[in-house]
Design a protein around this ligand. Sequence first.
Ligand code: AMP
Length: 218
Amino acid sequence: MKNIILIAPPAAGKGTQAEMIVNKYNVPSISTGNLLRAARNNETEIGRSIIEAQDKGLLVSDDIVIELLRNRLSESDCDNGYILDGFPRTIAQAKAYQTMLNELGKELGDVIYLEIDKEIAKERIVGRISCPNCGTTYNEYIVDTMPKVKGICDKCNGPLTKRSDDNEEAFNVRFDTYIEKTAPLIDYYEAQGVLFRVNSGISKDYTNIEVEKIINRD
Ligand code: AMP
């Protein structure tokens, strides 16, 4: 499978779509949000700066994110394709990523843009719960994304928790940050002829069908 970048506003379903692709194509999904959440528990200055940025909905500094990502992409399970969820988030990160790809001998692949209205995304945030152990996300109020047993992860049986940045205030900051810093990537990748748009406001299954059409197109 080609490498895939998922670009989307917060709560558009990046994590859910990444999960569905992982299950079908057996490639890893790499979420910089999850890499950072794992690193924030470290009692270090880096850990503290991640907590500070994430809890406010602000971006973590590029050098921290890029270092974590480079280490992860160097692992052998990334050799046959992977999904990037949440990176790049700025034009500067996109440029640093291209340099990283050249150094690692990897291809950019496809960029899939999940489109969604702000109000629908905000509704999804309210009920979002996730598994801190394996990263799977669910929604308490949306039927097709509820866990089978309330409060328990279907995949690893871990207890589900609400992310510290899944509140309305942090959502608004994250959405504004997305519009200002991440949305310019849409034109950036469109100009390179690698961007595909998918409506992500209907249902996760509809989105997945459209995503798979892109993956399977040749
Ligand atoms: P996500 O899990 O993708 O919603 O990301 C949650 C939070 O992690 C973001 O609000 C940022 O604070 C941080 N984060 C995730 N990916 C990046 C990135 N590529 N660059 C900077 N910060 C990031």
